[in-house]
Design a protein around this ligand. Structure first.
Ligand SMILES: Nc1ncnc2c1ncn2[C@@H]1O[C@H](COP(=O)(O)OP(=O)(O)OP(=O)(O)O)[C@@H](O)[C@H]1O
Length: 542
């Protein structure tokens, strides 16, 4: 091989001009394909069957036929329809149409890899579908999408060489032209190969940068190191804030401003009702719900007074979670209706009865219903403080700086001030659940729903979560709790509702339900959870 000729070709303007053309085609085709790919991925994930099925034939054909054939097809067929694009633009169009099929499937895979629980949490906070997509789902999906997309970027650069068949003067065609004059195949094609390699290396570097940026382990490590250094200097991350384990937690004043006046009144703008004559704050009226023909809620009715703590108990599958999720319309109801503070959540009245509204998220936020989930559902890609301020800023229009100040107050209230810059994966389950509670409280809810808030926790972490719930209950928050924490329920619940097979079997004071159940089914169940509770206490003691 003639090495100096190779170096010569490496700097040959004709080849660099070819590379430039190839890169423009690749970049424009890739960029133009992106929004269409996203749109097609969303169609493939749509609830509407027709939208879901529509892209399938397109994806099938585009992925199943050679790109070379596709380019020749567009080059020869478009002019028949009066569309006389240049070879350059035909190459861009052909590559773009081909890439949409591949990229849409990559994006769909990435979006579907994000658990539904993340959407549920965002939705419960009042984020709209668009906000959920671009604030919660997309940033997390990017971690799995980025490497595959970088691959596609490299593929498209290499596919530009096929545009030579439709006479685009790109790098491969330029090299062929040089070879046809001097027959130095090895030197010329090697030089062209090096230029292609340089272009794809740039993409690999960009991928590397993006992956490092999205790497939460790395970011988390940096935070842990910084926190360690701060401690080493005796510094406090948040001056004056109590730290976990100090036994000092900022008390009620911090909490009071997050609790709306409605906890003491029957409805928005109404006078607080006198004790004893309080009107119900939550009204659940003859609610029924089926999944795939199986009835999971049957004519469920009960009321919750402002400031009341209601425990829903019952065997697995009895419909507790479903009932809880119908209160903030994470599930729709088939029959019956629910009002919170005199307002529908995610429904409106119509001449034919109550009908679901499209904008359920806004309705949820307006009425002020917060929710805490069994598996915490913190947004994994956001730090603790980012999790807490997300809804106040995005949904309630709070000033970002003020929201951060408020979030710090709440973190201090929970004794978690030192964790504001941590990521969820750096926290224990108990800490994550307490952050999830704070995240809900930061939206200033008037009603808080808890779906088995302690059942995913190790026994030694349960108490720290229950303690926070106790303080909320003491401050007058209206709460509905699905849980079998019998000791807590005995002390803090105002009402216990026992459900079985989608029906309320017994409802009453903790004393009535736990100590003198008037129904044999309730009696059996209470006996069971008492045994379990005793077993857990013994395990904890040993
Ligand atoms: N999205 C869904 N699609 C289909 N079936 C569902 C759905 N959600 C709940 N179900 C079914 O509805 C019934 C009630 O479920 P639900 O989760 O409300 O019960 P639960 O009392 O909270 O049970 P657990 O204590 O085990 O969580 C169960 O049979 C469950 O399988």
């Amino acid at each position: 091989m003639d090495f100096s000729a190779f170096l010569n070709y490496l700097t040959l303007p004709l080849l660099w001009e070819g590379l430039r053309t190839a890169m423009i085609i690749a970049v424009v085709a890739f960029a133009a394909a992106l929004p269409f790919s996203l749109g097609m991925a969303m169609m493939r994930m749509s609830d509407f069957r027709i939208l879901r099925l529509l892209p399938i034939p397109y994806i099938w054909v585009m992925r199943g036929t050679p790109i070379l054939l596709q380019l020749l097809f567009w080059y020869n067929v478009l002019p028949l329809f009066g569309l006389n694009l240049s070879a350059f633009w035909t190459a861009i169009l052909g590559l773009m149409l081909n890439e949409i099929a591949f990229m849409s499937e990559i994006i769909r895979g990435g979006l579907q890899s994000i658990k539904k629980t993340q959407r549920d949490a965002a939705s419960a906070l009042g984020l709209t579908s668009w906000q959920i997509m671009h604030r919660v789902v997309m940033p997390q999906a990017m971690r799995s999408i980025a490497p595959a997309m970088a691959n596609e970027g490299m593929v498209i650069v290499k596919h530009t060489s096929l545009a030579s068949v439709i006479t685009v003067q790109e790098l491969t065609l330029s090299s062929e032209q040089v070879v046809s004059t001097n027959f130095q195949y090895v030197e010329v094609f090697l030089a062209a190969g090096v230029l292609y390699l340089a272009a794809t290396t740039l993409i690999a570097l960009a991928q590397n940068y993006l992956e490092r940026h999205l790497d939460l382990e790395r970011r988390g490590h940096a935070i842990a190191v910084a926190a360690q250094a701060g401690r080493g200097r005796g510094g406090e991350p948040v001056p004056g804030a109590p730290r976990e384990g100090d036994g000092v937690e900022a008390e009620a004043p911090a909490l009071q401003k997050f609790l709306g006046p409605a906890r003491a009144s029957a409805g928005e703008g109404e006078e607080p009702a006198a004790a004893g004559s309080r009107r119900p704050y939550v009204v659940i009226n003859k609610v029924s719900k089926s999944f795939h023909g199986t009835r999971v809620l049957r004519d469920v009715s009960f009321n919750i007074l402002p400031g009341e703590v209601v425990f829903l108990i019952g065997p697995s599958g009895s419909g507790k979670t479903t009932l809880l999720r119908t209160i903030n319309r994470l599930e729709t109801v088939d029959d019956g209706e629910i009002t919170v503070g005199g307002q529908f959540v995610g429904y409106q009245s119509s001449p034919s009865g109550t009908v679901p509204v499209r904008d359920a998220a806004r309705s949820r936020a307006r009425v002020g219903v917060g929710m805490v989930f069994q598996h915490f559902n913190l947004f994994d890609h956001m730090t603790v403080i980012e999790n807490v301020i997300e809804a106040p800023v995005r949904v309630h229009g709070a000033n970002r700086a003020q929201a951060r100040t408020d979030a710090r107050e709440l973190l201090a209230w929970a004794g978690l001030a030192e964790y504001e810059n941590h990521y969820p994966h750096q926290l224990s389950g108990g800490q994550q659940q307490r952050i999830a509670i704070i995240r809900a409280v930061a939206t200033r809810p008037k009603l808080l729903l808890f779906d088995e808030p302690t059942s995913a926790l190790d026994p030694e972490l349960v108490n720290e979560v229950l303690d926070l719930m106790r303080r909320l209950a003491e401050s007058g928050m209206t709460m509905v709790v699905v849980s079998h924490e019998i000791v807590f329920a005995r002390h803090w619940a105002d009402k216990v509702v026992f459900m079985e097979d989608g029906e309320i079997v017994q409802a009453g004071s903790p004393d009535a339900v736990f100590n003198a159940p008037d129904n044999p089914r309730t009696k059996n169940f209470v006996h069971l959870i008492e045994q379990r509770s005793e077993g857990q206490s013994k395990t904890a003691e040993t």
